[in-house]
Design a protein around this ligand. Sequence first.
Ligand SMILES: Cc1ncc(COP(=O)(O)O)c(C=O)c1O
Length: 446
Amino acid sequence: MTAIPQERRVVTAIPGPKSVELQARRLAAVAAGVGSTLPVFTARAGGGIIEDVDGNRLIDFGSGIAVTSVGASAEAVVRRASAQLADFTHTCFMVTPYEGYVEVCEQLAELTPGDHAKKSALFNSGAEAVENAVKIARAYTKRTAVVVFDHGYHGRTNLTMGMTAKNMPYKQGFGPFAPEVYRVPVAYGYRWPTGAENAGAEASAQAIDEISKQIGADNVAAIVIEPVLGEGGFIEPAKGFLPAIAQFAKDNGIVFVADEIQSGFCRTGQWFACEDEGIVPDLITTAKGIAGGLPLSAVTGRAEIMDAAHAGGLGGTYGGNPVACAGALGAIETMRELDLNGKAQRIEEVMKGRLAEMRSKLPNGDIIGDIRGRGAMIAIELVKSGTKDPAPEAAGALAKACHAEGVMVLTCGTYGNVLRFLPPLVIGEELLNEGLDVIEQAFGTL
Ligand SMILES: Cc1ncc(COP(=O)(O)O)c(C=O)c1O
């Protein structure tokens, strides 16, 4: 574990003078299209803390967008990745293979849902994993259509942009997009017109009807869904929705793909979020939390589906890089040893309890329209008082107030009105509560 003191410390304005200087250099050298939530430059990070170049210590409620679940300098990740760095950095698995890649695939077979024979292929980014899941599903089914959902997010490459729902900032001006991608409704309980209790059954019926009538089930290679929708606003599809869609896929020879890039690897208090309703996906895409901050992603699934692509059809120069694989083995070791599923469940308990208390006791608490999520993937949806009208300005103002006080939080949601919390699973409970105190105080600044 890192030596960084696990305490919040604000010693300059945020961003401080050194960050401001670096930001000026960055603006001159880095393309404008690459944004940052908060232009505070990092010096060190670990546990639940990000320390900046000015010596401020921020409580981390972002984990670099759900990546550093084991912390940003976890002992086992650093140890294994450093040893691998010293041995060799790269050979390309497609040229001369190495054991770490195979071991990560073995771990994925063990950890992902279902006891059928499984195989994996490794890549670098989440988007690349999603692209490859589609390639594999198409090769297996010999069909072309891909079904995705309202509020879904799958990445920034051409195919995954097309699969992503939200236009701005992800798609605007970047088309045309890949063909044969079709979007259908998802059971967004909080905003379902006839109420959350009907959302699962009604949304699945609508989605299935649209797939059957507008696309034709026989044309569909894959249905791709996030078991908890991340960028779309931490939407947990209402109960019954995922099982109905998975069953429909099974009945129609469609490959059911769970995109667990954000929700996987203990984030929701289970190894994978789809376990919550007992879903066994045909393919599962993972990235982010898999390797403790090193770039690695995977497609894992039924061996007969994974083997449908011909030799040489999958891969890439860096896919399954040995250092990233070593990092993944260190991250998985940490997750098991520290019982990070249990830690995520405890984070949910603390966070939901405190957020519910804020909603009931704060004078403006009624702008918290919904508190949702699972494990350490928790969000509040902000609305205008007395309505369900989205309040993106409140989400932005709360985030800004938290940043100024040294708490890193992120926003998300189709309407930009969701404040999301993704602390490292190793965060201490005191730090977690202190971060929540700052969020509570931020409501007073609105
Ligand atoms: C569910 C999901 N899929 C895919 C991606 C894309 O991953 P990457 O940014 O590594 O390409 C993300 C990233 O946020 C994601 O949350």
